[in-house]
Design a protein around this ligand. Structure first.
Ligand code: HEM
Length: 165
């Protein structure tokens, strides 16, 4: 896969995108950031457990994944919690994720499955600390990030297709 600098979104668009999450959710995420970062590994491990229990076939997608895959996801979750007000700084990291996803053939239809498992995992790990407000805020952030990744991946798949012509 060649460099995807062509995917770099213009600064102007980044700024607009960074405002794509509601202020209410930003406030809730900020207030719960330390709770999420201190539980990120448990949340991501639980997420994979739930995902594979519900959709055993999804394990095939992760067949080539490194052993520390859940740590990578945990880091990503914490980065979103900490950078919630300036999420555009994460764009280069999101581009790296998009490249991995395209290599493994991740498709838009997979996102809601991971999303539901992710929210359920937060609920399981945080227990009583997982308020409705917090879960709604994370649902919004997940959707926001998923949409950015889906858009990046769509461009990469197109580029791949053009090369194969
Ligand atoms: C917002 C949603 C998602 C986030 C934040 C996320 C995050 C990540 C991260 C951080 C990596 C490691 C990238 C690297 O360092 O190479 C990764 C890789 C991967 N993700 Fe996702 N992911 C998301 C959605 C999905 C979905 C929907 C699927 C489909 C089931 C998926 C499947 C994979 C696979 C198969 C890999 C490759 C593992 C590897 O070889 O490293 N991810 N993702």
């Amino acid at each position: 896969m060649d460099n995807i600098s062509h995917l770099n979104v213009t600064r102007e668009k980044e700024i607009v995108l960074s405002k794509g999450i509601s202020q209410q959710s930003i406030d809730v995420i900020k207030a719960s950031a330390s709770c999420i970062t201190s539980n990120d590994v448990q949340i991501s491990s639980r997420m994979y457990e739930i995902l594979f229990e519900k959709y055993p076939k999804m394990q095939m997608l992760f067949a080539n994944s490194p052993k520390n895959q859940h740590m990578k996801l945990a880091n990503a979750i914490s980065s979103y919690a900490v950078n919630i007000e300036k999420i555009h700084v994460l764009f280069p990291a999101l581009e790296v994720i998009a490249i991995s996803h395209v290599r493994e053939d991740v498709k838009p239809a997979h996102y809601p499955l991971i999303g539901r498992a992710f929210i359920e995992a937060i609920e399981d790990v945080l227990g009583d600390d997982a308020s409705m407000e917090l879960l709604d805020a994370w649902r919004e952030v997940y959707k926001y990030i998923a949409d950015i990744l889906i858009e990046m991946e769509e461009k990469l798949y197109l580029k791949q297709k053009e090369r194969e012509k």
